[in-house]
Write a protein that binds this ligand. Structure first.
Ligand code: SF4
Ligand code: SF4
Length: 473
C-alpha cells in the first residue's frame, strides 16, 4: 500500500531522497548524560580492541582469528581444528545469546558495543565536528564552492581519516595473522612483504570507504543483525522509544509558547523542536515509532531531555522503554521475562567463559595399534603396543615429557627415547609399550588412566584400552 504525507517513513529510508539519491545526514553533535556514558564505554572498548591482539596469556595471543591457518585464540585459550566441537558450541551459544539479548533489550548492542557505531560516532564523527564544526557549519561547508578554506578542511579530514583507517587495518591484520607476525612484517620493512602491504592497503581502503562515505548505510542496508530486528523485536522489547501518549496527548505536538499551560490546552509535551531528528545519525524521526534504521544510539534521548529541561517539562519523553510500557503508561520495570532472559544470558556467558578457561594446553591421544593383540612377556607380564599423539596448543615449548600409569601399576616404555619435548604450536607422535602384570588386570578389556608429565608436573590425563587374556576367575 502506498503511503503519503506523514506516513512516508513507512515505505522509504530516511537517507534516500525522493529522487532515489542518497540524502546525506549531518547529525547535530550530541551531548548529555547518555553521550557521556557512551564515551566512557566506547573508549574503554577501543582500548580493549586495540590492545587485545598484543596481550599474551601463557604465550598465546589473547584474541586471534587466523582463518587461513585455522588457529583461533579466545581469551588466550587456543582452539585447534581438534577443538572444532567447542568452537561450534560457542557459536551456538553466541547465536542464542544474540537472539535472547535482542528480544529482551532490542538494539542496545548496536548503540553501545558495535565497533561500527563506536568508530563512526565516537571517533570519525568527532574528528569531523572538530575540523568542520557542528551540523549547520557542515551543511554550509558542503554547499559552498571550493576555496582555500574548504580544501584545507577537507584535506585535513581525509588525511586523518586515512591514517585512522590504516591503523584500524593494522589492528585487524593483527587479529588475523597474529601480532608477532605483524610486528615482524613492520620491522622487516613493507617492501619485503609486498603482498601483505597490498592486503593492508585494501583493508584501509574498505575502512576509509565505510567511515568516510558509506557510514550509517552499513547499519541500514548491509548489517544482517540490523535486518533481523523486524523479527526479533516485540512489544515487550526495550528500545529507544518516543512516549507518544505524553508527547501527543489530545491535540498533538505543538511549538512551545511562553507562559502557556500545556496540561490544560490538550497539547502534547513534544514542542516539535526537531532536535531529536537533527541529532539522529541515521536521519530518522523517532517520533514515528521504532524503525529499522534506529541503532539505539541514545542521541535523541539526550537532545530531548535537554529541550524538556529548558521548557520546564519532565525529562524522558524519549527514553528506554517498551511499546507496552508506553501504551499502558507504565514505568520501566525489570519484568519476570527480562529477569528470566538475563539469567539465561548470564548462564550462557558463564558456560562460554568456563569452556574457554578450563581447556587444557595439551591434547594427548593414545590409541592401541590397530590389528595388534596383547603379548605375553615373562613373569606374567602382559604388553600392548600403542601410538601416541600430543598437540601443544601453546606457543611455548613443553619440555621433558614422559607418561605415567595412574590407574594401574605397570610400565610405559616409549620407543626410541625416554623423555622428549614438543615445540610450541607443534605436535609429537610415536610408539609406546605398556606393560602390566596380569594379576592387576580385571579381564580381557581394561581401561587405563595415563598421566602426561612435563618435568614432574602433571599437565594432562588421558585414557586408553588395554587388552589382556580372558579371565575365568
Ligand atoms: S532514533 Fe534516536 S536512538 Fe535511534 S538512531 Fe536516531 S538518534 Fe539514535
Ligand atoms: S526533541 Fe523532544 S520535544 Fe523536540 S521534537 Fe523531539 S520529541 Fe519533540
Amino acid at each position: 500500500m502506498e503511503t503519503t504525507g506523514k506516513e512516508t517513513f513507512r515505505d522509504s529510508i530516511g537517507t534516500i531522497n525522493e529522487e532515489g539519491k542518497r540524502a546525506w545526514v549531518y547529525p547535530k553533535k550530541p551531548s548529555g548524560r547518555f553521550y557521556k556514558y557512551r564515551k566512557w564505554v566506547s573508549y574503554s572498548l577501543l582500548i580493549f580492541l586495540f590492545s587485545a591482539p598484543f596481550i599474551k596469556i601463557n604465550g598465546n595471543q589473547f584474541l586471534l582469528f587466523n582463518v587461513l591457518e585455522r588457529r583461533f585464540n579466545i581469551f588466550g585459550a587456543p582452539f585447534w581444528p581438534q577443538d572444532f566441537h567447542l568452537f561450534v558450541i560457542s557459536m551456538i551459544i553466541g547465536i542464542v545469546f544474540i537472539i535472547l539479548f535482542t528480544v529482551a533489550f532490542g538494539r542496545i548492542f548496536c548503540g553501545w558495543i558495535c565497533p561500527q557505531t563506536i568508530f563512526m560516532e565516537l571517533v570519525f564523527r568527532r574528528i569531523e565536528y572538530w575540523i568542520e564544526g557542528d551540523r549547520g557549519k557542515q551543511i554550509r561547508l558542503d554547499k559552498q564552492p571550493w576555496n582555500i578554506n574548504k580544501i584545507r578542511k577537507r584535506l585535513t579530514k581525509w588525511i586523518l581519516f586515512f591514517i585512522i583507517s590504516f591503523l584500524i587495518a593494522n589492528v585487524f591484520l593483527a587479529y588475523l595473522i597474529g601480532s608477532d607476525q605483524l610486528i615482524k612484517y613492520i620491522t622487516d620493512g613493507p617492501l619485503i612483504h609486498v603482498s601483505t602491504l597490498i592486503s593492508l592497503l585494501i583493508f584501509t581502503a574498505v575502512f576509509y570507504f565505510v567511515f568516510a562515505w558509506f557510514r550509517e548505510q552499513v547499519c541500514i542496508i548491509a548489517c544482517p543483525y540490523g535486518r533481523l530486528q523486524g523479527v526479533l523485536l516485540d512489544s515487550k522489547s526495550i528500545v529507544v522509544a518516543y512516549d507518544y501518549k505524553r508527547g501527543e496527548k489530545e491535540i498533538g505536538r505543538a511549538k512551545f509558547k511562553k507562559n502557556e499551560n500545556r496540561s490544560t490546552s490538550g497539547k502534547g509535551d513534544c514542542i516539535d523542536c526537531f532536535q531529536c531528528v537533527h541529532v539522529c545519525p541515521t536521519g530518522i524521526d523517532i517520533r514515528n515509532g521504532t524503525q529499522l534504521e534506529c541503532v539505539n544510539c541514545t542521541a535523541c534521548i539526550d537532545a530531548c531531555d535537554h529541550m524538556m529541561e529548558s521548557v520546564n517539562l519532565p525529562k524522558g519523553l524519549i527514553r528506554y522503554a517498551s511499546e507496552e510500557n508506553i501504551a499502558k503508561k507504565a514505568k520501566f520495570t525489570f519484568t519476570p521475562r527480562l529477569k528470566g532472559y538475563s539469567a539465561v544470558l548470564l548462564i550462557l556467558t558463564g558456560i562460554f567463559l568456563g569452556m574457554s578457561f578450563l581447556r587444557n594446553d595439551v591434547e594427548a591421544t593414545i590409541l592401541r595399534l590397530p590389528g595388534q593383540l596383547y603379548e605375553h612377556k615373562g613373569d606374567n607380564i602382559i604388553s600392548n603396543v600403542y601410538t601416541y599423539k600430543l598437540v601443544n596448543k601453546t606457543t611455548l615449548d613443553i619440555e621433558n615429557i614422559h607418561f605415567e600409569l595412574l590407574s594401574h601399576t605397570g610400565k610405559i616404555e616409549i620407543v626410541t627415547h625416554k623423555n622428549f619435548s614438543v615445540p610450541g604450536q607443534g605436535l609429537a607422535e610415536g610408539t609406546l609399550f605398556i606393560e602390566i602384570n596380569n594379576a592387576a588386570l580385571t579381564g580381557d578389556k581394561n581401561r587405563l588412566k595415563i598421566g602426561l608429565y612435563s618435568k614432574d608436573k602433571l599437565i594432562e590425563t588421558t585414557t586408553t584400552a588395554f587388552l589382556g587374556p580372558r579371565s575365568y576367575r
